[in-house]
Design a protein around this ligand. Sequence first.
Ligand SMILES: NC(=O)c1ccc[n+]([C@@H]2O[C@H](COP(=O)([O-])OP(=O)(O)OC[C@H]3O[C@@H](n4cnc5c(N)ncnc54)[C@H](OP(=O)(O)O)[C@@H]3O)[C@@H](O)[C@H]2O)c1
Length: 279
Amino acid sequence: MTLKAYTNVPLPSFMYGTAWKKEATKELVELAVASGFRAIDTANQLIHYDEALVGEALQALEKKGIRRDTLFLQTKFTSAGGQDHRTPYDPSADLTTQVRQSFDSSLTHLCTEYVDSYVLHGPHQRRGLGEADWEVWAAMEGLYQSGETKMIGISNVTAGQLTELCEQANVKPMVVQNRCFAVVGWDREVREICQAHGIIYQGFSLLTANRAVLADPEIGTIAQRLGTGSAQVIFRFAMQIGMLPLTGTTSEQHMKEDLQAEQLALSTEEIRRIETIAL
Ligand SMILES: NC(=O)c1ccc[n+]([C@@H]2O[C@H](COP(=O)([O-])OP(=O)(O)OC[C@H]3O[C@@H](n4cnc5c(N)ncnc54)[C@H](OP(=O)(O)O)[C@@H]3O)[C@@H](O)[C@H]2O)c1
């Protein structure tokens, strides 16, 4: 299954996330691809991710015959405020240079000449977009226009910030990546903006941010009807409402079970019920 943003570039419908994998990153990326994942998410931010080990996994996979162009690779620009002393660019340089340096270092880490999606890890401020965000976005638009990334996107964004970006950017984002809480209708406001603009909404922490939903007996009943688990019901729900879910599992069994969500089918009534389950 693939999804398409407004530019018609296809994305796989499920993504494997590499945050917090540390030294297990290489092994887990290889396992995720062997299990069937074709989209990998990372970031050039050593506090939480290890891009270079993702790159090592890609090289090992290439040797096993899994070509780079059969995989969807997404990484991020993280501003200096989100980095530790291992900032992968000169933090005293202007932001346009920082983006260029960070992107180049991502290409080196990932052993590739292009990425499929390049994401701004988050705006510099909580509300609205400031001058720094616009400078970073313009630099990212340049990377998109040069073809070095096939898509650009933004993460950890509010509905207000996304609206501003869609209205004022030269190039609108093609993807949005947010933590997805059921208590706010699974990020309904942001998802609706995405839908209106043909932006692919990627949801993370679907399980960890919604533990009460996972344990809800109604989800258990649906899982029982489908002969699956509650996690797979949530992932399937995400897919059926047009979301691209991320999973960060470290378990081979969970990888396989999660991918099976693509084969499930929830009824319209079940979808409606899950959409409002925590409201
Ligand atoms: N843009 C951002 O700021 C941002 C922030 C956070 C995350 N992310 C991205 O999103 C990815 C996923 O993060 P996440 O927070 O959604 O997941 P996560 O926290 O990495 O993992 C999900 C947790 O749920 C557990 N789990 C239990 N049953 C599971 C099942 N059937 N399938 C999957 N997990 C199961 C996992 O344990 P087991 O390992 O035992 O399965 C794991 O502890 C990250 O790796 C990263 O790429 C982005």
